[in-house]
Write a protein that binds this ligand. Sequence first.
Ligand SMILES: Cc1ncc(COP(=O)(O)O)c(C=O)c1O
Length: 426
Amino acid sequence: MQELAVFGGPRTVPAGMVKTWPPLTQEDRDAVMAVFDSNILHGTSAPNAVALQREFAEFLGVKHCLVTNSGTSALHMAIAALGIGPGDEVIVPAFTYWSTAAAVLHHNAIPIFVDIDPVSFCLDPDKIEAAITDRTKALFPVHIHGMPADMDRIMAIARKHKLLVIGDACQAHGAAVNGRKVGTIEDTCGFSTNRSKNLSSGEGGLFVTNNDEAFRVADMLRQFGEVLVHGQEREYNAYGLGWMYRQHEFINAFCRSQLRHLPENNARRLEFAQYLTAALAEIPGLKGPATPPGREPVYFSYIVRFRPEELGLDLPVPVFKAAVQKALAAEGISLGQWQRVPVPAQSVFQDMEGYGKGCPWNCALYGKQIRYRGEDYPETLRFIAEHAYLGGVYPPNTMELMELFVAGLRKVMARPDAIQRLAQAG
Ligand SMILES: Cc1ncc(COP(=O)(O)O)c(C=O)c1O
């Protein structure tokens, strides 16, 4: 048996073998360079903006799309375009990137957190109804890690209580539930195209909706509250509050070029994830993610669960996890941590300063006193304690790399004695 790399043995994955995301091609470079030649750098009617919106809408099968300068701006537009605002509550999962909740606060509404379910790690439909009050306006499921939320049940709860549904699909371009892509099911939805995302343009976002009125309002919000009609002179009149959420044509051109490869890249992620999950099922101590029936994830990230009891180790999960992470890092395998606490436990929700002086929580239009407590979300706490993220599970990485990952995971997990030693050394 080979010694673990952490104790001086050979490392499993050669240095430099794990490639970064996204794969870049000459086609991407040509698309960006063509923008220089066109000399059209921005504008809501600019050719790449218009074409990207059409192409992404076609990819999803949704009526309207607007390109924005971040996922957060797309989410803010998704809230604001539905008329959600001061005094309204929006139900958000306690496990997400906090931008989901920030988008609610950006429009002076109040995020109310609900725990995640223990299988998909998305908003738990069983816990939503207990959080609904006379102030609740909308549900805001997040398709986390590329796993679509339980949209059938979430939409049924929304219909029953006459609530709107906003989607955070920042991590889920192309994910589907029973054949329907996320973004086409909700009233409005936002996607991120920042560097790490399945559809990457470095920075950026995409707002989508099937609702004509939400589209009209979102279009206005995206550019200073003005109404711009292609081919007509600009009025310079703001019809309401607006922001500057336009995108640059370099990015629009780059995003279009990347979009052409999204289906094949998602298929590759799925192939890698299925291979890893099958392998992990046979490796005591670690497990891959489960997919509930009807859901078609796109594996924005590949999550791994730590199970010390399967190795007969009587260690707290975080201690076991830290020891395994250390051993794997030496093998050239990154099993990293993302969120460290539930969103409601973050300082912004503990301090509740908001815009300053406690706004929007102390807004007279709200008139309620709430407190956020991280300990109210046991499944979120459990998820954070028990999981880490395997880096490199995307193209241009290859199946050969996935096989090395499995070899390294097997090698480390075959040595509970060494894991125990690392755990004791701290
Ligand atoms: C779940 C989720 N929501 C929102 C965002 C915000 O997107 P962006 O960074 O493009 O503003 C991200 C990504 O950072 C995300 O992962």
